[in-house]
Design a binder for this molecule. Structure first.
Ligand SMILES: CC(=O)SCCNC(=O)CCNC(=O)[C@H](O)C(C)(C)COP(=O)(O)OP(=O)(O)OC[C@H]1O[C@@H](n2cnc3c(N)ncnc32)[C@H](O)[C@@H]1OP(=O)(O)O
Ligand SMILES: CC(C)C(=O)C(=O)O
Length: 531
């Protein structure tokens, strides 16, 4: 006996309707068309392009999308209000990929009594009339009993039966306020199929529409599919009213990665997964709603790894820490971000990418400097690593290759006051390993530090050149200071310092130059190569 093919679920994308209801996300006609074209490339089955009674702009956008797209069915939303239905019918009529009107009417007790102020019988009759009116425009009519998950089961059964009789071809059971939990939401679908056998018999499509108020939109959607829903209403990036809707990318990838996600056996969608990331970027850019960094599937961190243990695993086999291949959704590659939690494996790998082979003691030396820096910076960039390696090369040579010890900066404090001289206290370790300290005043904290260094070392030099630049970006960027010193007897030397603290970079540069000056006594005319 042949195995029956895996069922498939239609993807009904409502980014342009419910998604656009996110505060601040309004889209104009051109933007809606651009997103609709991308949704067509993505392979969605139905595009809910808008709510045409809302405004002339929304009507025109739905009309334009219906006129242009040839793949997906184009749908317009309508209340159980004649003018809404007529406007939606006008907007989607003749849609090249198929036209649908989506009629909705709230059915829960709270919505009946407080919002619509109508009894159940009146709501059932109104819905029936509205569906019939919509069928006058199109054969494909979807009906949603709004707030279905909070509606009494008997009311839901009654209105769904009436909707099918009136000609609804899709029945959508929305969890309008994101209140349902998965088992309960799944049971509603099972209950309805059991109570209304005409659903399965006549091929009425059951649909789910979940909001994320409790973070359960995807779990609820999967529960609905497990219980017979064959259409899922979703939005790109999960945008939508309040906390948003079930995210298209999360649903599609849950079904793709886990064959048992909706009860086993596998469920297909017609989505071209390589278009997911591009769609996400486009929706984010055009709506102005940024995607949170840790958002599943499409967030900036979804395929980024910072901790050493994970990075090491990733380098050995990406499947240790990634359950999907980023390229399968159009993300070019995973990222190993170097930071405080990174280890030697990731560091050596990045150095290799930069053309620097480091192992053993050299790697350890770079690693020690890297960790010190990472304690001060959120992320260590390639330029930071190159600067660390340069710095190590310079100090490994000793003061201009003399082989003897050098002065090193141990610590400093600098106080800057407006209107009065600045004050600095500096501690250096001398070439024999002794810590020496001095305090001095100056015109600004850097000059005060330089005076203290001169007092400690006994070397008096003029500062001929001072240059500062940020080597990396951001507020925790590394600054590089380069100085050039000269003495009365004609010796010159250059020095370079690197730190996230400008004053520290300046003092390091000065001390490096002083070390070189000390070696210049024998050959006063020569200036060493730039470090
Ligand atoms: C769950 C959802 O996401 S539903 C979709 C929500 N989306 C939107 O509301 C976006 C577009 N909306 C709009 O532009 C406007 O609200 C309009 C044009 C639809 C209506 O505007 P107005 O006529 O000024 O009505 P307003 O928005 O103030 O109030 C809604 C009215 O619709 C009624 N209503 C709500 N749902 C339905 C329904 N499904 N069927 C019939 N009437 C309904 C309300 O009871 C209220 O009627 P009332 O004024 O008699 O009390
Ligand atoms: C119109 C319906 C489907 C809706 O958006 C909701 O109930 O959330």
């Amino acid at each position: 006996m042949e195995a029956s093919p895996a069922p498939s679920v239609k993807i009904f994308d409502t980014t342009l309707r419910d998604g656009e209801q996110s505060p601040g996300a309004s889209l104009d006609l051109r933007e809606k068309l651009e997103i609709a074209r991308q949704l067509e490339k993505l392979g969605v089955d139905v595009i809910e392009a808008g709510f045409p009674i809302t405004s002339d702009g929304d009507f025109e956008a739905v009309r334009a999308i219906a006129d242009e797209l040839t793949g997906p069915v184009v749908c317009g939303l309508a209340r159980c209000v004649e003018a809404d239905i007529d406007r939606a019918g006008e907007a989607v009529r003749g849609a090249r990929g198929g036209a649908r009107i989506h009629v909705f009417c709230a059915t829960s007790k709270i919505h009946r009594e407080h919002k619509l102020r109508k009894g159940t019988a009146e709501i059932v009759a109104l819905s029936r009339r509205s569906i019939e009116r919509a069928r006058g425009f199109v054969d494909d009519v979807e009906f949603s009993p709004e707030d279905a998950s909070r509606t009494e089961p008997e009311v839901l059964v009654e209105i769904c039966a009436a909707a099918i009789e009136a000609g609804a071809t899709t029945l959508n059971l929305p969890d309008t306020v994101g209140y349902a939990v998965p088992a309960e939401y799944g049971r509603i679908f099972a209950m309805l199929r059991a109570q209304l056998p005409q659903i399965d018999r006549d091929g009425v499509v059951l649909s789910c529409h979940c909001h994320d108020d409790l973070g359960l939109a995807i779990a609820n959607t999967l529960a609905a599919i497990e219980n017979g829903a064959r259409q899922a209403e979703v939005t790109v990036n999960g945008i939508g009213e309040r906390a948003g809707n079930a995210a298209l990318e999360e649903l599609v990838m849950a079904l793709a990665v886990r064959a048992d996600a909706a009860g086993g056996g596998g469920v297909n969608t017609g989505i071209r997964r390589r278009e997911i990331y591009k769609s996400s970027r486009m929706v984010s850019t055009l709506t102005g709603l940024s995607v949170q960094r840790n958002k599943a599937v499409v967030g900036e961190n979804a395929f980024a790894h910072e901790s050493g243990i994970h990075q090491d695993g990733m380098l050995k086999n990406p499947e240790t820490y990634e359950i999907m291949d980023p390229r399968s959704i159009g993300v070019p590659e995973s990222k190993l971000v170097l930071g405080k939690h990174s280890g030697r494996a990731a560091l050596a790998d990045r150095l290799r990418d930069l053309g620097i082979e480091a192992s053993g003691e050299v790697l350890q030396a770079v690693y020690d400097r890297f960790k010190t820096l990472a304690d001060r910076k959120k992320e260590v960039h390639d330029e930071d690593l190159e600067a660390i390696v340069d710095d190590l090369h310079a100090s490994a040579a000793g003061p201009a290759g003399t082989g003897r010890g050098a002065w090193t900066l141990h610590g400093f404090q600098a106080v800057a006051n407006a209107g009065t001289p600045s004050f600095a206290f500096v501690e250096l370790v001398d070439p024999d390993g002794e810590t020496r300290r001095e305090a001095a005043f100056g015109d600004g904290p850097i000059e005060a530090c330089y005076s203290a260094v001169q007092l400690i070392t006994g070397v008096t030099a003029s500062l001929d050149r001072y240059a500062h630049r940020a080597v990396t970006g951001g507020k925790d960027a590394q600054g590089e200071v380069r100085v050039e010193l000269s003495t009365d007897d004609g010796r010159k030397a250059r020095g370079r310092g690197l730190s996230t603290d400008t004053i520290e970079a300046a003092v390091k540069a000065y001390v490096a130059a002083m070390n070189r000056l000390a070696t210049r006594a024998a050959e006063p005319a020569s200036v060493p190569a730039q470090p």
